[in-house]
Ligand binder design. Structure first.
Ligand code: LHQ
Length: 265
């Protein structure tokens, strides 16, 4: 993996790549440089066979504070962006790269995750948060709608009622509350955060990577389709999973009463 990005730290530990958004002085607000770096690194991680799990996190006391409002307002003044939807396409590329990544992606959220940073966390497959995490769909505070896939992810994760509440009131949702409503998978005290994220990421990196990719395809496609379509897809994906080395070895290990070792193939 390339490691010389600006505003992004890239660290690989075995099969786990950790991508750390690195503009702590503005709580990791997205400027174009950081957005392009994160997108490039996510796309590279998808192609790199040595990577079997990706963690996205933020440097310092925050996950991210959304679009950098200073650079957005400068772009508006200079008419650098004709329509904001053009600018949003860069975020959409990141969202799609995360969702289409054929391996698990974890968002590790310490402190605040506001605006489009919150929705990048929601695009990930799993979320771990600290107890002092603050999830804020901040958009309505500045009279905008949730973007970066927020309008799609929120109702699917927490239901229409809670999605509406978070979007309209734009109030902070704490880590424990986020866990209670299903916005995050796990909320832990700050002191346990790194160990929890590392353990989960290493566990996934040592898991059946091909099956995880097929599970992502099944779950995400099924959220959009009827039962008949989902059952059809399930069959096709299972044909695929059935032929993997990890599947054959894991069944053999079960029969021989030993622990399987997954190779990701
Ligand atoms: C910031 C930011 C920030 C710049 C903190 N920008 N500096 C919209 C339109 C177009 C295309 C793309 O997408 C979007 C989507 C969006 O993401 S819109 C939503 C953008 N985000 C926000 O509205 C959140 C703005 N930030 C805040 O409300 C607060 O900073 C939060 C609640 C995140 C954190 O509050 P505190 O913990 O009290 O920290 P703070 O406010 O003191 O922030 C620390 C520093 O970070 C501060 O700078 P300073 O020089 O005073 O120390 C802030 O100005 C800076 N900062 N967010 N988005």
């Amino acid at each position: 993996m390339r490691t010389d990005y600006q505003n992004l730290l890239v660290k690989q530990d075995g099969g786990v790549v950790t991508l750390t958004m690195n503009r702590p002085e503005v709580l990791n607000a997205f400027n174009d440089t950081m957005l392009e770096a994160l997108t490039g690194a996510v796309e590279e991680a998808a192609r790199d066979e040595s990577v079997r799990c990706v963690v996205i996190t933020g440097a310092g006391r925050a996950f991210g504070s959304g679009q950098d409002l200073k650079s957005l307002s400068a772009a508006r003044e200079t008419h650098a962006v004709a329509r904001v939807s053009e600018h949003l396409q860069k975020y959409h590329r990141l969202v799609l790269a995360i969702r289409n990544m054929p391996k698990p992606v974890i968002a590790a959220v310490r402190g605040v995750a506001a605006g489009i940073s919150c929705n990048i966390a929601l695009a990930c497959d799993l979320r771990v948060a600290t107890e002092d995490a603050r999830f804020i769909e901040a958009f309505a505070r500045i009279a905008l709608v949730p973007d970066g896939g927020g309008g799609y992810f929120l109702p699917r994760l927490i239901g229409v009622g809670k999605a509406m509440e978070m979007s309209m009131l734009a109030d902070e949702v704490s880590g424990p509350e986020a866990e209670r409503i299903g916005l995050v998978n796990k909320c832990v005290p700050a002191a346990e955060f790194e160990a929890t994220v590392n353990a989960l990421a290493q566990r996934l990196a040592n898991g059946p990577t091909r099956a995880y990719a097929l599970i992502k395809e099944l779950i995400y496609t099924s959220a959009e389709s009827d039962l008949q379509t989902s059952l059809q897809l399930e069959g096709e994906l299972q044909d695929n999973a059935f032929e993997t080395e990890d599947h054959r070895n894991a069944v053999q290990a079960f029969l021989e009463k030993r622990k399987p070792e997954y190779k990701g193939r």
